[in-house]
Structures are given as structure tokens and as C-alpha cells.
Ligand binder design. Structure first.
Ligand SMILES: C[S@@+](CC[C@H](N)C(=O)[O-])C[C@H]1O[C@@H](n2cnc3c(N)ncnc32)[C@H](O)[C@@H]1O
Length: 612
């Protein structure tokens, strides 16, 4: 019983008192009901209050049931008509019976309210309510982003099936302006991503149940797009993987491009409970055949030099963070209560009010506490921070942990690409971590550099919102390389951050023999004879001197001439695995790496191919 009474107290309390609804609920030690349940109930009822008020008033519920207060009537009617599991009270309970007695009348009033709004279904009404609630709360409504899982389906397939009859419009602005109609757009930055009107319920579709479509915010799709895994580049690690949105996205990209036999995704997740969700998601998405889930495995305890990870060419790192960019739904529209007796306060509500009055007094002279900042991280852990100092300490602790994970990722010997991402808005967890990582010993030793904007895949390069130059100590190259998203900026995304790192050999430019042709980053792209040494991939060719001094390295067996039965022009010098390491003129083409050299003819044809 306390659930509805506690929720009633919170529902009728002014929203401006005592911080956000979330902080008032999760920070209230005296609540008897599970805070998450109270929070969801109050939030949803508030959102629906315009409609529920009409329903309750027109059904004359309050005059028929004198013991119901207006907030209780709204909450119970909400659960009766709109919650999947109905009213959370025993069937014999007086409050439940008081509302259920009027079920027929309440249901028909809801139908009338729906038809007055020209909504064909309750789902359409839900979408409308969601949009209006968000708008009234001062938040830009957030589209429903749907990623088509390339492992199981295609956009065309989904347009034929799940979204049959939808009008395809040009951009997300049009989707948002549609007022909840059957419209969608294909995203211009992330392949296979669709934007639908806010609140569109895809979870009841067959495609969702079968894993053909996955609900994933646009910004959350950026890391896999930026990492850009390609067949032939080795295994991929998702270091902090649960619940698995990015793991399955990586899988979709890799498989969609023709994953090479044996190439795998290693997904690590420290939390055993969350790892189970990850495992389920991987299975539903259809990537379990080549994704190895390491349940309960701390990524920091993984040995990068283990034989098992010798072929890891790319890592995606999306560690726990403050969660401060996650689309909040805590800015509430005005509450519409039906006419009736005054709302009955509860123990929780009254105590909250007292605290609120105290806080108001304290704030009047400017010396009092500010409303608390509530951080709900991805582990579900809620931290209530009542001062700027607490917030700073928390961000510093998170940043130290995030940096440790990133430097650990740098240590994988065959890795060539890494992405680092958070759903935090704080520079401390974002640009500052990137700068510290770039300045680290391991980055210098291993040649890790930031993945510059011009080398990013088209969709990521064209995303206009970049890192904060001030937070990058004025280094505009790093700021441009960083990708940010902000909620409420009209682009329909959550707050997010991602940066990429690529690896180059340690610099040897000082004593080059030259004249080589180098690109802007010093990568040798044509050798002394003008022969292309390698396709620009971020891989740096070895200098001639270095090859000479390394020549007694017997780790790769070298033979001269085309392989038996081959039709190469030759004589090229190939290593044991057939990679061309000297061209027909005896010039080194590239150091033996995971990168497969192009034959001279092909390389000439493809010259200039800097693009993704
Ligand atoms: C932001 S969430 C990842 C979300 C996920 N990438 C997705 O898109 O679905 C961070 C995850 O990292 C896990 N985690 C935190 N520290 C870890 C560590 N040292 N090793 C492995 N997993 C870790 C957390 O339990 C949490 O599930």
C-alpha cells in the first residue's frame, strides 16, 4: 500500500522543491517502496496527467469513491489502464477495488480522450503524450532511434515489413515535426540507423523480438562507426561490453563487410549480472557464432600479451562513466490533477516538504546548499552529490579509472585502432582523458596518436559537433578529432563523447635516407623510386635504415620470387605469409604487419585512395 501513498505525496509536491524528482526519490532514505518503482510510477503518471485528469473527471471517479484523493485516483487509474502489470495491490485491497469497480467507464473515457486527439491506437496516444510531456518539460523531444541489425536484416527489409506504410522523409527535423505520424528517416551519419517519432513503440514488433532491429541512440552508434572494423584487420575487443549495444553493432559492421574466417569479437564484462544480459543480446542479435563473451572478466586483468589476443587489431572502450549525458526524463510537465479533495500528504511527502522548506531558506541568502546532482551510472549505481566539490572528486575518480582502462588497451601489441567513449558531458571524463592518454609513456612508446578528423569514416568526419578546444588546452587538432553530442541541441541525440586512436611506429624522421614521399603525418607513402609503399591506413612504413639494421631479425622467413604457380610479375620479396615487403626494385614496401600489401599493379591503380 505504501507504493501508491508514497507516490501520491511525491506526485503532488511542487517539482521545483528539493532538486529533481530523481534526487528526491533516490535520496529519500525513508521511502518504504523500491525507489525505482516509485520513480517510474510518478514519472509516467505525471506525463499522462492531462489525459488521466479528463478520464477521472469524466468518469466521476472521485465523487463515487470518497476515499480516493486526486493524486491517488490518477496513479491508480494510470496503472489500471496503462501499466502492463496493472495495479500493484492484492485484488482484495480496498484502493484497488475502488478503482476497478469503474473499469468499464474509465476504459471508455480513455477511448474518448484518445479519439479526441485523433489517435487510432493507445500506442499512438502514448507517442503523443511522450512528445507533449517532453516539450512541456523544456526538453527537446528525443526521436526513437532504431538500428537495423545487419546480421539479420536490411533497411529495405524493414521498410517492407516493420515500417510498411511509413513515409520516408529527409531528416530528423521532419520526423520530429510530424507530430507522431508514420514517418521515419534514414540517418546520414550512421548506416542502417532509422529515426522515428518520439515514443514510437517498436518493442512489440516481431523484428524487435527476433533481433532484426535494436533500439540504440544515434550517439551510442558512433564508437563502432569510428572504430570502423574491417575484415582482415584481426580480432576486435569490446572491453566494457554490457548490455551489448556496441558489441552487436561491431558484429553487424564486421559481418556485413564479409568477416574473415576465424576473426572474432572478444567481449569483456566485469559485472556477472550485466554479462548475462550481454550474452542474451549477442545471441538475439545472431553474433554468438563469432563473439566470445567473457562473463565477469575484468578487462584490466586481461593480459594483452597473451597468445589468445595476439591478433587483436582494434578495441572499443566504452567504460562506466557519470552517465551525465543520458537523456533525462526528469523535467516534468505541469501536473494536472482532477477536481476533488486536497491531496493527502504522506510521511515521505511531508518530510520531503520540510526538507524543501529548509533548503529554500538556506538558499535565500546564497549560503545554502544547491540542489544535489544525481549521477546514475551504467552499473545502476546512484550517487547523490550535494556539492561542487563532491562532483569534482567523483569525476576525478571516474577519470582515473577510465584512463587506466585506456592505457591498458594501448598495450595490445597488434592493435592499430582504439575508440574511447563515454555518455558523460564532463570534460574531465572526455577530452582530459584523451590528452592524458596521448601524453602517456605507453602512447609514445607504441606510437598511439589521435585519429584525426580527416582520417575518420565519412559519417563521423561530417558530424559537425566536435570536442571543446578549451578542454584540449587549445589543441584544435585534438579538439577536431574528438566527437561530441549534446542533448537538446535539436539533433535528437543524447550527450556523448568519442575519440579514436591510431597507431604509428615511433618517429624515426631524424635520420631518414629519403627522399621519400610522406603524408601530412610523416607516413611514408612512396619510396625512393616513387613506388607506393602502402595504402594510407594509418600504418607507417618502415624507414630504409631501420629495415637494414633489423635485417638480422629471423622472425620472418624471407624468400625471393613469386610463389609457386603465382602469376606475379616479380621478383618481389615476400615474407613467409606472402606479404610483399620489397617491390620489384628491391625497395621495402612495408614492414611485415597485419596489413596485407597490395601488388604493385593494384597499388598503382588504387593510388590516392585515402578515403574510408
Ligand atoms: C557504459 S557501460 C557499457 C555499455 C555498452 N558498451 C553498450 O553499448 O551496451 C560500461 C560497462 O563496463 C563494465 N565495466 C566497468 N569496468 C570494467 C572492467 N574493468 N572490465 C570489464 N567491464 C567493466 C560495467 O559493468 C558496465 O557494464
Amino acid at each position: 500500500m505504501s507504493l501508491y501513498h508514497e507516490a501520491a505525496g511525491l506526485l503532488s509536491a511542487p517539482t521545483t522543491h528539493g532538486g529533481s524528482l530523481k534526487s528526491r526519490i533516490f535520496g529519500n532514505k525513508e521511502l518504504k517502496s523500491p525507489p525505482a518503482q516509485v520513480y517510474a510510477l510518478v514519472l509516467e503518471t505525471r506525463k499522462w496527467s492531462v489525459v488521466l485528469k479528463e478520464v477521472v473527471e469524466n468518469a466521476q471517479l472521485l465523487s463515487a469513491e470518497r476515499k480516493l484523493t486526486p493524486p491517488l485516483a490518477l496513479l491508480l487509474t494510470h496503472d489500471l489502464l496503462l501499466a502492463k502489470s496493472g495495479i500493484a495491490l492484492p485484488a482484495s485491497h480496498g484502493l484497488r477495488a475502488a478503482v476497478e469497480r469503474h473499469k468499464g467507464r474509465l476504459t471508455s473515457e480513455l477511448s474518448r480522450a484518445r479519439l479526441r486527439r485523433k489517435c487510432a491506437t493507445v500506442e499512438a496516444l502514448r507517442a503523443l503524450v511522450e512528445t507533449e510531456a517532453l516539450t512541456a518539460g523544456g526538453r527537446t523531444p528525443h526521436p526513437r532511434w532504431v538500428r537495423v541489425n545487419a546480421l539479420k536484416s536490411t533497411v529495405d527489409d524493414q521498410l517492407e515489413k516493420t515500417f510498411k506504410g511509413y513515409e520516408v522523409v529527409a531528416g530528423v527535423e521532419e520526423v520530429m515535426a510530424s507530430g507522431g505520424g508514420k514517418v521515419l528517416c534514414l540517418d546520414g551519419n550512421v548506416p542502417n540507423l532509422l529515426a522515428l517519432p518520439p515514443g514510437t513503440d517498436v518493442t512489440r514488433s516481431e523484428a524487435y523480438r527476433k533481433g532484426e532491429v535494436i533500439l540504440q541512440d544515434k550517439a551510442s552508434c558512433f564508437p563502432a562507426c569510428l572504430l570502423d572494423p574491417r575484415p582482415g584487420e584481426g580480432d576486435v575487443v569490446d572491453a566494457c561490453a554490457a548490455p551489448g549495444n556496441k558489441t552487436t553493432h561491431l558484429a553487424g559492421i564486421l559481418e556485413g563487410r564479409g568477416r574473415e574466417e576465424g576473426e572474432r569479437i572478444f567481449a569483456f564484462e566485469k559485472d556477472k549480472g550485466r554479462a548475462k544480459t550481454l550474452e542474451k543480446m549477442v545471441k538475439i542479435a545472431g553474433s554468438d557464432g563469432f563473439t566470445v563473451v567473457h562473463q565477469g572478466q575484468d578487462f584490466l586483468k586481461v593480459d594483452p600479451n597473451s597468445e589468445k589476443y595476439a591478433k587483436v587489431g582494434a578495441l572499443l572502450l566504452d567504460p562506466s562513466c557519470s552517465g551525465s549525458g543520458i537523456v533525462g526524463r526528469d523535467d516534468l510537465p505541469e501536473l494536472h490533477l482532477p477536481e476533488g479533495p486536497a491531496a493527502g500528504g504522506t510521511a515521505a511527502g511531508k518530510k520531503g516538504d520540510k526538507k524543501d522548506r529548509k533548503r529554500k531558506r538556506e538558499n535565500k541568502d546564497g549560503s545554502g546548499e544547491k540542489p544535489p546532482v544525481v549521477l546514475v551510472d551504467d552499473d545502476g549505481e546512484t550517487t547523490i552529490l550535494s556539492s561542487e566539490k563532491d562532483l569534482k572528486t567523483r569525476i576525478e575518480a571516474l577519470a582515473a579509472f577510465q584512463l587506466t582502462l585506456l592505457l591498458h588497451a594501448f598495450a595490445f601489441p597488434a592493435a592499430r585502432k582504439i575508440t574511447y567513449s563515454t555518455c558523460s558531458v564532463y570534460a574531465g571524463e572526455n577530452e582530459h582523458v584523451v590528452l592524458k592518454a596521448l601524453a602517456s609513456d605507453i602512447a609514445r612508446q607504441c606510437g598511439w596518436k589521435v585519429l584525426r578528423r580527416e582520417k575518420q569514416t565519412r559519417g563521423m568526419r561530417e558530424w559537425p559537433v566536435r570536442g571543446d578546444p578549451d578542454a584540449c588546452d587549445g589543441d584544435t587538432d585534438v579538439a577536431e578529432a574528438c566527437i561530441r553530442t549534446y542533448r537538446d541541441d535539436g539533433r535528437g541525440v543524447m550527450g556523448f563523447f568519442v575519440a579514436g586512436f591510431v597507431r604509428e611506429e615511433a618517429s624515426t624522421t631524424e635520420d631518414d635516407l629519403g627522399p621519400y614521399v610522406r603524408d601530412a603525418e610523416g607516413v611514408i607513402i612512396r619510396d625512393e623510386m616513387g613506388i607506393p609503399t602502402l595504402k594510407a591506413t594509418g600504418e607507417k612504413a618502415i624507414d630504409l635504415n631501420e629495415l637494414e639494421t633489423d635485417s638480422d631479425d629471423k622472425s620472418t622467413e624471407i624468400y625471393i620470387g613469386p610463389p609457386e604457380g603465382g602469376d606475379d610479375e616479380g621478383p618481389y620479396v615476400r615474407d613467409a605469409e606472402g606479404r610483399i615487403i620489397r617491390d620489384a626494385m628491391g625497395m621495402p614496401t612495408l614492414k611485415a604487419t597485419l596489413q596485407t600489401a597490395k601488388d604493385k599493379n593494384d597499388a598503382d591503380d588504387e593510388w590516392g585512395g585515402f578515403d574510408d
